[in-house]
Design a binder for this molecule. Structure first.
Ligand SMILES: C[S@@+](CC[C@H](N)C(=O)[O-])C[C@H]1O[C@@H](n2cnc3c(N)ncnc32)[C@H](O)[C@@H]1O
Length: 217
């Protein structure tokens, strides 16, 4: 999507993707991953996700990337944190405690010449239309060191409509996008069933949240 699409979503508070609770597949599967506590976690397209606080509570530092200044501001305000600001290449980088949020376009992250050993994607890949997903997977491959771990959470649903996010990203899609650079294992699937309005109304046959662990080859 164009940057303007997301700026408008934040300006008009149309952020139905934001969750008050920590993602259940994150809290279930992250502790099983082969990661040191202090590992820095890359969180692309992070919004104001509370999952970042959970990662800090597990001992990690977090480097989030987010286009919207409103999202960044809300994230720190809602946590009662007063971040410091510095310019870091193309980004305004906001920092409080063990969290650094890079305000700007994630697709310029190469320019920072930074590499990571862990990453967490919830609702980032599925926010991007197909042509951008290929560029996103390639960028993650460049930003992650060999052996690095990525926990990836997507949604898959049918029938598919691809006009606006969240886009359906199936296990086959994840394998096609990432297997050139990563090993891919599916860890979990949560079937939303009738708790999903689309399923309840009969508009959708199913709506599932999928969780994968990927390791950079
Ligand atoms: C569907 S939301 C998911 C946010 C977060 N991961 C969560 O779980 O709540 C996608 C987010 O990506 C941001 N975004 C979209 N394109 C971006 C880009 N190129 N660079 C950085 N952030 C971007 C949007 O502003 C939005 O906050």
């Amino acid at each position: 999507m164009e940057a303007e699409f997301w700026h408008q979503r934040w300006q008009s508070s149309r952020i139905g993707f934001h969750r008050q609770q920590v993602n259940p597949q994150l809290s279930r599967f992250w502790p099983q991953l082969p990661l040191l506590q202090q590992t820095e976690v890359l969180v692309p397209l992070c919004g104001k996700s509370r999952d970042m606080h959970w990662l800090v509570e597990q001992g990690h530092t977090v480097a989030g990337f987010e286009l919207s200044p409103l999202a960044v501001q809300d994230f720190f305000t809602e946590a009662g944190l007063a971040p410091e600001l510095e310019q870091s290449g193309h980004y305004r980088c906001w920092h409080a405690g063990r969290i650094w949020l890079y305000e700007g376009d994630f697709f310029q992250a190469d320019s920072l010449a930074r590499r990571f050993d862990a990453a967490y994607d919830r609702a980032a890949l599925i926010a991007l239309p197909e042509p951008m997903r290929v560029a996103y997977a390639d960028l993650l491959a460049r930003l992650l060191n060999p052996g690095a771990t990525l926990l990836l959470i997507t949604v898959d649903y049918a029938p598919i409509q691809q006009q606006s996010p969240p886009f359906a990203v199936s296990e086959a899609d994840v394998r096609r996008l990432f297997e050139p650079h990563f090993t891919v294992e599916r860890l979990g699937r949560i079937e939303e069933g009738p708790s999903n309005p689309g399923v309840a109304s009969g508009e959708r046959q199913f709506f599932d949240e999928l969780c994968f662990v990927l390791h950079r080859k």
